[in-house]
Design a protein around this ligand. Structure first.
Ligand SMILES: *Cc1c(COP(=O)(O)O)cnc(C)c1O
Length: 416
């Protein structure tokens, strides 16, 4: 009971430390990841993990829940402050579960959902055939236009008129541009559909006031807490008061049992962090860094989907370098050079989701390390060198040394 992790289980302790070393010594440009603060991780490691608290604050199915009631209430109040939502449910274990609960609350199996095509940047919980969403609901997809690679709202409106969806989902995992939620609400109103804004990727930007706000225009909003929001893994649902009961019932007892109270405590800490003025500064640096990285990559001859970025992420179209180079290969070369990215389809991709013609890059993590514009220029050049000199012996090792030097200058967790 009382021995510490390194004493009792050095095997697990060492593997976790191995990942700490990996996180420190590589540049991660995966736009859906971030480094949670020490305070967030400490909250998550508390004894709140031991408690069953089925139900909601002050209405539990277990005794001994008073501290949990206080923690959950705090998390809810802080989330409301941060986003200005009427109602918040802080219990979803992850973003996919949050979306599942929203569908269960507002739709019936077989109802039509209009959402973004997955290979144009949508998420698996928006209708992948192998996901519950694709098997329980009738999914109709919009995509980006071939000319601009932006979502064409006139086309979305046409599809809405034709298919009369019960719900329209706005939000994506790989869309580098701003979403104007007020325009989306006009479309959903025109067919009397619910508007769900899934802001999993951009909720940090929204909380930091560097992206338009979905709250006034959406019936429901879902977000993860571990992406740009920089909290622990998990999700929340925000909605207008009139849907509160249905949403809460869909999470518990609909889809989940006991909430992860330690994770909810960590979410409360993350919301407090996001309410500080430093967080706004961080988010605007994330966006400035993405612009600089994008400009330097384009200057180096890479084509970016839609010609750049307005947010924290961008997609490189590798066919602008070579038709023979897949996203999978490029991501593997970059990993050898110490740069972690993920392969991603680009709109109208000729390759499969497993191979892809693109890689997706984002700036949340390197910005959390304190890097600014000069480092973005260096990183863009590291990426160019790795990809363009992929056939040269020793090129990745040379980049790797420069990457490690940069990582040492910007440590993730100061005292490690
Ligand atoms: C990340 C993401 C989710 C949720 O992902 P989980 O891995 O289930 O937490 C949902 N929607 C979008 C658009 C996302 O990018």
């Amino acid at each position: 009971m009382n021995s510490s992790l390194p004493e009792f289980d050095p095997q697990v302790f060492e593997i976790a430390n191995e990942d700490l070393a990996r996180q420190q010594s590589s540049l991660t440009l995966i736009p859906s990841e971030n480094y949670a603060s020490k305070a967030v991780m400490q909250a998550q490691a508390t004894v709140l993990a031991n408690k069953y608290a089925e139900g909601y604050p002050y209405q539990r199915y277990y005794n001994g829940c008073l501290p949990c009631d206080k923690i959950e209430t705090l998390a809810i109040e802080r989330a409301k402050d941060l986003f200005g939502a009427e109602h918040v449910n802080v219990q979803p274990h992850a973003g996919t579960q949050a979306n599942m609960a929203i569908y269960q609350a507002l739709l019936k199996p077989g109802d039509t959902i209009l959402s973004m095509k997955l290979d144009h940047g949508g998420h698996l919980s928006h209708g992948l055939p192998q996901n519950f969403s694709g098997s329980y609901y009738n999914i109709v997809h919009y995509g980006v236009s071939p000319d601009t690679e932006l979502v064409d709202l006139d086309y979305v409106a046409e599809l809405a008129k034709e298919h009369r969806p019960k719900m329209i989902i706005v939000g994506a995992s790989a869309y580098p541009r701003v979403l104007d939620f007020s325009e989306w609400r006009k479309i959903s109103d025109s067919v009397d559909a619910y508007l769900l804004a899934d802001i999993a990727h951009i909720s940090g930007l929204i909380a930091g006031k560097v992206h338009p706000d979905p709250i006034p225009y959406s019936h429901v909003v879902s977000t993860t807490t571990h992406k740009t929001l920089r909290g622990p893994r998990g999700a929340i649902i925000m909605c207008k008061s009139e849907y509160a009961k249905d949403i809460d019932r869909a999470i518990f007892p609909g889809l989940q049992g006991g909430p992860f109270m330690h994770a909810i405590a960590a979410r409360a800490v993350a919301f407090k962090e996001a309410l500080q003025s430093e967080f706004r500064e961080y988010q605007s640096q994330v966006v400035r860094n993405a612009k600089t990285l994008a400009d330097q990559l384009m200057g180096n001859g890479f084509r970016l989907v839609s010609g750049g970025t307005d947010n924290h992420l961008m997609l490189i179209d590798l066919t602008s370098i070579s038709d023979k180079l897949s996203g999978r290969q490029a991501a593997n070369y970059l990993e050898e050079a110490g740069i972690i990215v993920n392969k991603n389809t680009i709109p109208f991709d000729k390759r499969s989701a497993n191979s892809t013609s693109g890689i997706r890059l984002g700036t949340p993590m390197i910005t959390s390390r304190g890097m600014k514009e000069p480092e973005m220029v260096m990183i863009a050049d590291f990426i160019s060198e790795t990809i363009k000199q992929r056939q040269r012996v020793g090129s990745r090792k040379r980049v790797r040394e420069k990457v490690q030097e940069l990582c040492r200058a910007f440590p993730v967790y100061e005292d490690n």
